[in-house]
Design a protein around this ligand. Sequence first.
Ligand code: SAH
Ligand code: DHB
Ligand code: MG
Length: 223
Amino acid sequence: MESIDEKLIDRVDRYVEALCAPHDAVLAENLKNAERAGLPSINVSPNEGKLLYLLAKVSGARHILEIGTLGGYSTTWLARALPPGGKVITLEVNPKNADVARKNLGLAGLEDQVEVRVGNAAETMRQMAASGEGPFGLVFIDADKPRYVEYLRLALELTQSGSLILADNVIRNGRVLEASHRDANARGAKAFNDAMAAHPRLESVILPIYRDKLDGLSISRVK
Ligand code: SAH
Ligand code: DHB
Ligand code: MG
């Protein structure tokens, strides 16, 4: 019951990657620069990046907000999906990560399409809402998991009807199945899932995502 054929799932993941998200020199350089700078390898997988790209394209979002930049890998996928004149604003608390991301986005030729803002994302989002920034057509939540519920509340202030709110890492290898797991990240993801599913202004689903472990991406449309 608890066992899944991980080998087969891994082969299928690589199969889809070879077909749908094959080698890309800019994305490979992004990850190499992040690794050289000592950033952790917790970026989305190529397949999840392609999914983010497709969701952004299908939604037609001109203004995208990302919470958690790291080295700008998912940012690159999202920015590539923008229509002409569109923009990604990405929020990052760690100035070193933000520097790596800015360099990577410059190398990708995306400096005009992306703005990296350094600071605590919740604080930045409160300021954005207060100063009337937005609405964003797509918000991608991928920073500190214990604050996901707060990010969801703030994302709802920065979006409008038809906007998409996405959140990464909401399955955490199944840890969210437990009522109160010792892992604070899993508890944060579970609290987010409960808030998202019960929210009267959201229609949602969670897509399981496999990459080394089982995780998931939530997809919500604002009513
Ligand atoms: N979206 C990236 C991965 C992000 S990893 C990708 O897939 O390529 C999570 C990032 O969130 C880290 O860089 C971390 O520094 C940042 N982060 C953590 N807490 C934060 C906070 N309170 N505000 C803003 N960023 C935060
Ligand atoms: C972690 C964070 C992520 O955003 C991710 O995709 C995977 C792992 C983490 O903090 O462990
Ligand atoms: Mg993530």
